[in-house]
Design a protein around this ligand. Structure first.
Ligand code: URA
Length: 261
């Protein structure tokens, strides 16, 4: 793999981040050491409804129209959009979530990072990618010279699926307009899709992640290039793939730089 000459002037912090990604910039031909990273285990689901306990009253209360509709999303500004998402009850996931996870970061960012759905940590804290996968994502960004605050981070789903199961098609269909509006508002210069679920749902395809990597994609007629890479949770389980992920990140960086020049 070819390395960008700029990598020769890395800060100690960036070197540490590249190290966390398994990228050895000093000895590019050296064999990768096999990292002994524990498998990321799904967190236990917090079931706060005791057996036999009556079902939450909210389920039978009349609902305002906006909690069961995402019409007119294209006219919403940030604050209205965030409120609508927080109140959303379009799918079953609102019954098991602690809170919605809207997205975080720079609303004028060049980079939009899109993951799959909140996990247990994100559901608890209300922010995407705050668990172990998030720590690796931060390291990946820092290796590129980006702080977490420089980019915008969101997910395909705003609510955690129970036991971190894959999102259902109907959940994605209900949730996608929120993300589409975020994309319209941010107008990023590049979108990085993390993992198969994010990539396939964004690009409306069943093509495997392996075949989606390494090239530019476009969502419908939008001008923003989408680059697909591995999900950080997968990279924690399969650290040898970090090298390929780094290639994807460099492709995204190069794409952004050539769009700017
Ligand atoms: N995995 C995701 O896809 N998104 C998160 O926010 C956290 C973990």
């Amino acid at each position: 793999m070819e390395y960008d000459s700029k990598l020769m002037t890395l800060t100690e912090r960036q070197k540490a981040c590249l190290d966390a990604m398994g990228i050895d910039v000093w000895l590019p031909k050296a064999a990768l050491a096999v990292e002994n990273v524990e498998q990321e285990t799904a967190s236990a689901v917090v079931d706060d409804v005791a057996p036999g306990k009556p079902v939450a009253i909210a389920e039978v209360q009349p609902q305002a129209e906006h909690v069961t509709s995402n019409a007119d999303v294209s006219a919403l500004g940030w604050e209205a959009l965030q409120t609508r998402v927080a109140e959303c009850r379009l799918c079953e996931l609102h019954k098991t979530r602690t809170q919605t996870v809207f997205g975080v970061g720079n609303r004028d960012a060049d980079w939009l990072i899109i993951g799959e759905a909140p996990g247990a940590d994100e559901d608890r804290q209300g922010e995407p990618f705050v668990g172990r996968a998030g720590q690796l994502l931060n390291a990946m960004l820092q290796a590129l010279g980006l702080a977490r605050e420089d980019v915008y981070i969101a997910n395909i789903l705003k609510c955690r699926p129970p036991q971190n199961r894959d999102p259902k098609a109907e959940e994605v269909a209900h949730c996608m307009p929120w993300l589409q509006r975020q994309i319209q508002l941010i107008q990023p210069k590049v979108i990085l899709a993390l993992g198969r679920i994010a990539a396939q749902n964004l690009l409306q395809t069943n093509t495997s992640l392996g075949r989606l990597r390494g090239r530019l994609h476009y969502i419908d007629m939008t001008p923003t290039p989408v680059i697909v890479t591995y999900h950080p949770a997968y990279l924690l389980r399969s650290p040898l793939e970090k090298r390929k992920s780094w290639e994807d990140l460099l492709l995204a960086k190069k794409t952004l730089e050539s769009a700017a020049s």
